[in-house]
Design a binder for this molecule. Structure first.
Ligand code: GTP
Ligand code: MG
Length: 540
């Protein structure tokens, strides 16, 4: 059996490299008993990148090896050493490759020009070393971030040739012979049907424009169509899609068909019906026809019979040609150049995948759909799940067994507005909050609660305080205040990042809670625009 040499659709499974871990390290010097933190950042994981390349004609390589990944970033090290970034994995694909999500419903990118690139799977971020977490209040940070772990994603790739003129015709009509005559392409020509099994492109000179610029016309030789192709007959609809992005359609009609029941007028009807059934839009394209094999006596006779009928069929032109004698080829070349130039003027050079949002022909270069930053979903069991890549990344990257890291995370979550979103979603004190693999007890700052609830809470606290005071007078037993940190915590300070009261309390890690000492006056951490955070100056 012949092995496949052309593949025009495939599914790939791609994954960026994981980020390298940040390092926890302290300077060691003679005569200096306790040096400052000097753990460097981990490197970024490599991306998986798709690049359109005009020298690649098929998705065969990816079809054969569909699992691809970037290399991992290296870990950071002491003495402030940053780990090396992981290498990108570059996947070259043919120009005209459409990238969809796994189930094929959404077009994510359309690579329509040589050199165009998209990141198919991003590598993970490198974790920051402990240097990054040192500040005035945390002089000895005993934690660093782990590198971001990234997940595999599956994408569907589909090649849709981009050509100016698509040749449409029955098997053996003479399409490949025509392309051989018009361009430098050399597709196989044989006397039996379905010689051409894969589409081919050829480039021809189609005359000059008014200002003398040569018009290069790309022709697509598409395998033969027969009645029922749209239902999968013959080579089927697999190849019909290669006509979708052709500006102009050229019907190649056999003037000397072997089958006595066929003639060019009925052939044209059959071809148009298949095009209509595949995609009615196709019939809106400019169409012209050639009658082939005019060198044969039968062909000449048939042409005389049929020409009038074809001229009435709404075609832009009907041209009699012979690939053997070269008759009519110059006229064909000239007419194709003319119509293609007209169409380029009208619709632009390239047709991108239609389902990119209502006729929006812009090329999409981002493969990660914009998603809301933070989203909260309530589970039937009553817990609240916080979704959002950024927030989940924070949780995944921080060592939650480290009390310092937990306090740092709490401040970060609060500043990112996660607490507010949770309250809006209905979460209240004591509810379970799940982020990634960690479960937290929700303990919001009362200032984030709706006004009436806050008033009720403060009233209850005041009442408890009064009761406590009264009971003290009575000499009765101590009653713990409702809030773990008592009334003297500054509830109004929205930036109190390191105070337990400022956000959720990690339950699993069993480190936060009333007995963790809060620093005196925590300085708000400054956050850089890409979400990375720097804790002020590094103290050494
Ligand atoms: N006499 C004559 N024969 C031709 C002409 N064009 C094509 N043929 C012959 O017709 C047969 C089919 O030609 P192809 O060019 O392979 O036809 P095709 O449309 O590409 O066929 P498929 O690839 O099978 O769809 C070959 O034997 C050619 O030599 C022509 O202009 N004159
Ligand atoms: Mg052919």
């Amino acid at each position: 059996m012949e092995t496949a040499t052309f593949v025009d659709d495939c599914t790939i499974h791609v994954r960026g490299g994981n980020g390298g871990n940040g390092s926890v390290s302290f300077r060691r010097e003679s005569h200096v008993p306790r040096g400052g933190p000097d753990g460097g950042d981990g490197g970024k994981g490599g991306d998986v990148v798709l690049e359109a390349d005009e020298n690649v004609t098929s998705l065969l390589d990816l079809h054969r090896a569909p699992h691809r990944r970037g290399t991992d970033g290296r870990h950071g090290a002491g003495m402030g050493k940053t780990g090396a970034d992981g290498g990108d994995e570059l996947l070259r694909v043919p120009v005209g490759t459409v990238v969809r999500d796994r189930d094929g419903t959404r077009v994510l990118a359309d690579l329509t020009a040589h050199g165009q690139r998209v990141i198919a799977a991003e590598g993970g971020r490198g974790g920051r070393g402990n240097i990054a977490f040192a500040n005035r209040h945390r002089r000895i940070p005993r934690f660093a971030e782990s590198g971001e772990k990234v997940e595999e994603r599956s994408l569907r790739l589909e090649l849709k040739l981009i050509a100016d003129v698509g040749l449409v015709g029955f098997p053996s009509a003479g399409k490949s012979s025509l392309i051989r005559q018009l361009s430098a392409a050399t597709p196989r020509v044989e006397a039996w049907p379905f010689t051409t099994l894969t589409p081919h492109l050829g480039v021809m000179r189609g005359g000059d424009t008014a200002d003398g610029t040569p018009i290069d016309v790309v022709l697509a030789d598409v395998p033969g169509l027969i009645a029922g192709a749209a239902d999968g007959k013959g080579l089927g609809l697999r190849f019909l899609r290669h006509l979708e992005r052709c500006l102009v359609l050229l019907h190649v009609l056999d003037a000397a068909p072997m089958d006595p029941d066929r003639d060019p007028v009925s052939d044209l009807e059959v071809l148009r019906e298949e095009l209509r059934r595949h995609d009615p839009d196709l019939l809106g394209r400019p169409q012209l026809a050639v009658l082939t094999k005019l060198d044969l006596p039968d062909g000449r006779a048939m042409s005389e019979l049929m020409l009038a009928g074809l001229r009435d069929a709404g075609l832009r032109d009907v041209i009699e040609v012979s690939s053997v004698t070269g008759e009519g080829l110059d006229r064909l070349r000239y007419r194709l150049g003319e119509i293609v130039a007209e169409e380029r003027e009208r619709v632009g050079d390239v047709r991108s995948a239609r389902d990119l949002e209502d006729g929006d022909e812009e090329v999409v270069l981002r493969l990660t759909p914009a998603e809301p930053d933070v989203e909260v979903r309530r589970d039937p069991d009553g817990s609240y799940h916080v979704l959002g890549r950024r927030v989940q990344r924070w949780v995944q990257m921080l060592p939650l067994e480290e009390p310092d890291a937990v306090r740092y995370l709490q401040g970060r979550l609060k500043r990112a507005g996660v607490e507010k979103v949770l309250i809006e979603a209905g979460a209240r004190v004591g509810d379970d909050v799940v982020i990634g693999t960690a479960v937290f007890d929700f303990d919001p700052d009362p200032s984030d609660l709706p006004t009436d609830e806050r008033a009720a809470l403060l009233a209850a606290e005041a009442a408890a305080e009064a009761r406590e005071f009264g009971e003290h007078v009575d000499g009765a037993e101590d009653v713990a205040p409702d809030h773990p940190d008592g009334p003297d915590v500054d509830m109004a300070d929205p930036d109190g990042p390191d105070v337990d009261a400022a956000g959720a309390v990690v339950r699993d890690a069993d480190v936060a809670g009333p007995d963790v000492p809060a620093p005196d006056v925590p300085a708000p951490d400054a956050e850089d625009p890409d979400g990375h955070q720097r804790d002020g100056e590094v103290s050494r």
